[in-house]
Design a protein around this ligand. Structure first.
Ligand code: ADP
Ligand code: ZN
Length: 723
């Protein structure tokens, strides 16, 4: 039989190897342990073997693991996802087997329960144990739980076991998640009703469908798709909601609890190993009906997935940019198509890709217009920074400062948005003009005053802020240039000394929990002025917020990225959407810009989204770039710059397989970030027509070469950014 292992070996590097069936046999999808050289590795039975080998020489499967077999649907999904992203299948399998202790099988724990008659004469301590067990209502409990509840030592419990009063037994450690109750009625309103009906109908119909659910922040998208989740649960099928950021879940989990009476299963990097194991097993066994997670939750072994929601579908964090390069939004659509699930892509500012898929009739579209209740979209205006005379080291214009002051005096909140972490983006020597860069990367070091260090945002390397210039040696002339959120906070504290200031930046919090707490405090009114990076744009609800000031609206417009305009448009609208969510308080968003006439800035202010998209779509169509053409990024990296370039040039020269499908190769060129962690990076870009069989051609092209051992090559299908 063929077994797909998690090791990249085997026929044509696919990782499927031939093994002999174990005693008692095994079937497709079974999780197995197989010998591989001197090791034993995890694998999944992947159809019949090739049969090219002498049966007598085949090694047998060591054992079949105690886990539900992987369903054909998930196997098909992994295969298709591997083909699409040009990823070796074993790497895909690793994504789908991220359950700690999978090789060990179901974990058990020792538990105690009442077994025999309780004698009349018991010591006080023993009696307390019996009472404690009765209080647990007949449930089996662990020794730790029992001794804690009874206030006694372990020996007391053991004594009762000897007496036959208590029974000691092993029970599975992974327990099902509490049942969710979908019966509660919600009253959708206005255009929420039709949208809710349409999504419920898609779930009831049962097969694959894909719907873009578009509505401004606060219009009730979550409320509407939770109706579809409820329907899915009523049908006894499983539902998955993907969220882009852990910080989003605090608010979200509370809402699920409120709606369904219990919390869903959670799957993201902040979840403990024990809980991960439980979620993975329960998803496979049907003991978890609703999962909320980050992108990797897409690879869980659902039994019967009926609905996948991708919330904030435009979010760039859905693109995994290390290891297996995949876009979770696109993979969600793929899995939905394979397993027959309704897919919902929700966003206030959809990606141009999804917008184009609606235009071409591939996706349905539902619009939620007005905000729920009385709150309206904020009024948006620009502040022309060319006319502002700001003193050195100040970034808040007089106009914006006056508006902030007015909010603070009224007891309302103001948010100042600057998408730059740290204190200052540049540290330079005033004597020689040299900027401090990272030793290993082609990047400037960013000062983080909070950490008292310079940090490379590329590789994470840090060093102390130098007293003497590393280049010319002159002391005491090092200066911080430009603002990051920490520096902006300094300006705010100086100019509004009476205000309570909170800074929201992902790096200022040791843990996701600390960040969640800060967000909750702000939502409760625990700050007057909030300073934030892009994490504030992601769906948090701050009811007291009535003013948003964007410190540098031009920031995202620089750079040569294909999606720069789209991203800036989305980010600005998301941030602006933070203001005025509360009823009766009209929000204002002010954008500080040096280019008030830039088409993107005008589209943001004008609020005409369809016009923006049509214009952007026309431009991309004319250029033949995504979503109207296809692209792949090739990044070659090596410690040796010449080797990387030579290899890139060789790739570009032998482009026969690409030319045959009419694709063009651009490069090699130094990647925009030309050095990371000491490795030089060279990139090529492949452009093809939308209908061209790009993956097959790329595979054939790359297969012509043997990679030198110190050289790495990564292929990024549909690259999101060009780094
Ligand atoms: P979105 O997901 O589009 O940002 P939400 O679903 O979070 O919007 O809705 C915004 C706020 O309005 C939430 O606090 C939500 O509870 C409330 N809300 C929306 N629709 C309704 C409704 N039909 N009934 C009660 N509350 C609603
Ligand atoms: Zn670095």
């Amino acid at each position: 039989m063929g077994v797909l292992t998690t090791e990249p070996l085997g026929r044509s590097g696919l990782g499927v190897l031939d093994y002999r069936a174990p005693e008692g046999g095994c079937g497709d999808g079974d999780f197995v342990e197989v010998p591989l050289g001197p090791r034993r590795v995890l694998g999944v039975v992947w159809g019949p073997g090739e049969g090219r080998f002498d049966r007598a020489k085949l090694r047998p499967v060591t054992r079949v693991l105690d886990a539900r077999p992987m369903r054909a649907e998930l196997r098909a999904f992994l295969t298709r996802a591997a083909d699409y992203t040009l990823t070796p299948l074993p790497a895909m399998l690793r994504l789908a087997t991220r359950s700690p202790g999978l090789m060990e099988g179901a974990a058990t724990r020792r538990v105690y329960r009442l077994a025999g008659a309780v004698p009349n004469q018991l010591t006080d301590a023993r009696f307390r144990v019996v009472e404690a067990l009765r209080a647990f209502g007949g449930a089996a409990v662990t020794l730790a739980e029992l001794t804690e509840a009874a206030g006694c030592g372990a020996s007391v419990v053991k004594g009762l076991v000897k007496l036959g009063v208590l029974a000691e037994e092993d029970a599975p450690k992974d327990t099902p998640f509490p049942l969710l109750d979908p019966s509660g009625l919600r009253s959708l309103q206005g255009d929420q009703i039709a949208a809710g009906d349409a999504l419920v109908a898609a779930v009831v119909q049962g097969g694959y469908s894909c719907t873009l659910l578009k509505g401004v922040t606060g219009s009730g998208k979550t409320e509407v798709y939770l109706e579809a989740v409820a329907e899915c649960l009523r049908m006894g099928r499983q539902a998955l909601v993907l969220l882009p950021e852990i910080a989003l879940t605090a608010d979200f989990l509370a809402r699920v609890q409120d709606r369904f009476g219990a919390r869903p299963a959670e799957w993201h990097s902040g979840v403990t190993m024990t809980e991960r194991r439980r979620v993975w097993r329960m998803v496979a066994e049907g003991g978890a009906s609703f999962v909320v997670g980050a992108r990797s939750a897409l690879f869980l072994p659902f039994q019967d997935l009926g609905l996948i929601v991708v919330d904030e579908e435009h979010d760039t964090s859905y693109k995994q940019d290390e290891g297996v390069l995949y876009n979770a939004r696109d993979m969600a659509v793929l899995r939905g198509a394979i397993c027959g699930a309704a897919v919902v892509l929700a966003s206030a500012t959809p990606s141009l890709e999804s917008w184009a898929n609606v235009e071409s009739g591939k996706y349905a579209r539902l619009d939620l217009g007005a905000r729920f209740g009385a709150a309206e979209m904020p009024e948006m205006r620009s502040i022309d920074m060319r006319a502002e005379q700001l003193p050195a080291n100040q970034w808040i214009s007089q106009k914006l400062a006056a508006e902030v002051m007015a909010r603070v005096e009224k007891g309302e909140q103001a948010l100042l948005f600057l998408n730059r972490r740290g204190y200052a983006p540049v540290t330079l020597c005033r004597a020689c003009g040299q900027q401090v860069g990272c030793d290993d990367c082609d990047a400037r070091m960013v000062e983080h005053r909070f950490l008292k260090r310079l940090v490379c945002h590329q590789c994470g390397a840090t060093k102390p802020v130098p007293v003497a210039c590393p280049s010319c040696g002159v002391e005491g002339r090092m200066a911080a240039v430009g603002p990051g959120v920490e520096r902006l906070a300094e300006e705010v504290s100086a100019r509004f000394p009476q205000a309570r200031v909170a800074v929201l930046s992902s790096d200022l919090f040791g843990s996701a929990r600390a960040l969640k707490e800060q967000i909750a405090t702000i939502a409760d009114g625990g700050a007057d002025i909030i300073i934030g990076t892009q994490i504030v744009a992601k769906g948090h609800n701050f009811p007291h917020l009535t003013l948003v000031g964007v410190i540098d609206a031009d920031l995202g417009l620089q750079g040569s990225d294909l999606r720069a305009a789209e991203r800036t448009f989305q980010l600005m609208r998301q941030v602006a959407g933070r203001a005025g969510r509360a009823e009766g308080k009209k929000g204002v968003a002010l954008l500080q810009t040096h280019q008030p006439d830039h088409p993107v800035i005008r589209a943001i202010l004008g609020g005409d989204e369809e016009a923006f998209w049509s214009a952007e779509a026309a431009e991309r169509r004319a250029a033949g770039v995504p979503p109207y053409g296809r692209m792949a990024g090739i990044v070659i990296s090596s410690p040796d710059v010449a080797q990387a370039f030579d290899f890139g040039a060789e790739l570009a020269r032998r482009d026969g397989p690409l030319r045959r499908i009419g694709a063009q190769v651009y490069g090699p060129a130094p990647a925009p970030i030309s050095r990371v962690r000491g490795r030089h990076r060279v990139r090529l870009l492949v452009k093809a027509e939308k209908s061209a069989p790009l993956q097959a051609a790329l595979a054939e092209w790359v297969a012509q070469f043997k990679l030198p051992s110190n050289l790495r090559l990564a292929i990024d299908i549909d690259p999101q950014s060009f780094l």
